[in-house]
Design a protein around this ligand. Structure first.
Ligand code: ZN
Length: 156
């Protein structure tokens, strides 16, 4: 009896989170068209591969993409961004950071000063284009989340 209740509870939680994810990210474009758009948008585009978080004030690294440019440069989750390309980011927002990133598009290079465990470190990142495997993964993830289907499924 105890086991049965436990199983049901786990099931309910899984269903609830699946529904929440679906409601949060709906996509109205037909899946095939949407896939083409994503591929077009990402192909050849250079990226950093790090998710940042506003900590008020400032920014920390929330996560890094596996095998992405940030990970290659040894940027790590928890790193606090102190400066990027000579500009202080101690009070910066995600929006400020996006601006710095866009200013660096020409060279594709970021020199980031981070604070990690109380010490300052210099991290040199070279932005890289998305690999085909990464684009495939992003497409598959989007289709599964927002279209409830796979890339080879029937047209919606
Ligand atoms: Zn879509």
């Amino acid at each position: 009896m105890r086991l049965r209740i436990f199983t049901f509870a786990v099931f309910a939680v899984v269903v609830a989170s699946a529904v929440a994810a679906e409601e949060a990210k709906k996509c109205t474009v037909p899946a095939r068209e949407c896939e083409q758009q994503i591929r077009q948008m990402l192909s050849g585009r250079r990226y950093l591969g790090a998710q940042l978080e506003e900590v008020n004030p400032g920014l920390t690294v929330k996560s890094v993409v596996e095998d992405g440019p940030a990970e290659h440069a040894d940027l790590r989750p928890g790193d606090r961004l102190m400066a990027v390309n000579g500009r202080s980011t101690m009070q910066a927002t995600i929006r400020d950071f996006k601006q710095i990133l866009s200013d660096a598009k020409q060279t594709g290079r970021l020199t980031i000063i981070v604070q990690r465990n109380g010490l300052l470190r210099r991290i040199d990142v070279r932005l890289e284009p998305y690999s085909k495997a990464q684009i495939d993964k992003i497409v598959a993830q989007h289709l599964a989340q927002s279209h409830s289907m796979t890339a080879t499924g029937p047209q919606q």
